[in-house]
Design a protein around this ligand. Structure first.
Ligand code: NAD
Length: 246
């Protein structure tokens, strides 16, 4: 079991990639701390995780609210005395072309996808430094590398997450903490529900593997990066796109 005994916080774990990551981490025997703004969904995820025999807890956490993040981290430290892994997965889209994008759409996406990552990382970093070990994993996107039509806010946030990853890997590497990002292509989760079906089908045709990715295929990457098998991987941005960007 690759994550045996590791205490792992996953944000946005109520559905999609976050839920798949919680299930994968539970199979690998991590202690799963599943957080989401939607408590009911994350409570269901935790119920399923516990069926693997591993410990799991659900927390209602809005990553844009620093006090909620701090409270969750304090409770985890109280209970387990350590935090080994954080997967900064929570994310949203609010798409519009540059001329049409409202300030609200811009701010909402930056708040969750960029500021939220900063909140959670900053909340755990002292504990990780004290332990002399830890792994921080950040959800970027292929859109953060190449941009995408209608996604000014999302592209900026996901590019910013890569900046966080490279900066923190330099700052924290000497303290035994690895920081990496995952940049998925188009993965079949509810986040794609706002994209019209014909556009989705066109996108799939552009992927050399001719299909969308599955949330489990991203969860597998997080599990590898969280594990000691990735002990020399630091400051990396792992693209998982089915070859979309070739
Ligand atoms: N699905 C894709 O194609 C794709 C591609 C590249 C990157 N990503 C990134 O992967 C991550 C997960 O995406 P997904 O497709 O599983 O999305 P999703 O919409 O299926 O799930 C996102 C989860 O985040 C939660 N969430 C939203 N706002 C939150 C907040 N303020 N605080 C805490 N939780 C919050 C939601 O309730 C939901 O459970 C996101 O960061 C996304 O940007 C997804």
């Amino acid at each position: 079991m690759r994550l045996s005994g590791k205490v792992a916080i996953i944000t946005g774990a109520g559905q999609g990639i976050g839920a798949a990551t919680a299930f994968k981490f539970a199979q690998e025997k991590a202690v799963v701390i599943a957080c989401d703004i939607d408590f009911d969904s994350v409570a269901t995820v935790v119920h399923i995780c516990r069926q693997t025999g591993t410990e799991a807890s659900a927390f209602a956490v809005d990553v844009t609210k620093r006090e909620q993040v701090d409270e969750m981290v304090a409770k985890v430290l109280d209970t387990y005395g350590r935090i080994d892994v954080v997967v900064n997965n929570a994310g949203i889209t609010r798409d519009a072309r540059l001329q049409k994008m409202t300030l609200q759409q811009f701010d909402d996406v930056i708040d969750v996808n960029l500021r939220g990552v900063f909140h959670t990382a900053q909340a755990v970093v002292d504990a990780m430094i004290e332990q002399g070990s830890g792994v921080i994993l950040n959800a970027s996107s292929v859109v953060g590398i190449y941009g995408n039509y209608g996604q000014t806010n999302y592209a900026a946030a996901k590019f910013g997450v890569i900046g966080f990853t490279k900066t923190w890997s330099r700052e924290l590497g000497p303290k035994g903490i690895r920081v990496n990002a995952v940049a998925p292509g188009f993965i079949d989760t509810p986040i794609l529900s706002t994209i019209p079906k014909d556009v989705l089908s066109k996108m799939q045709k552009q992927v050399p593997l001719r299909r969308l990715g599955k949330p489990e295929e991203i969860a597998n990457i997080y599990a590898f990066l969280a594990s000691d098998e990735a002990s020399y991987v630091n400051g990396a941005v792992i693209e998982a796109t089915g070859g979309l960007t070739l």
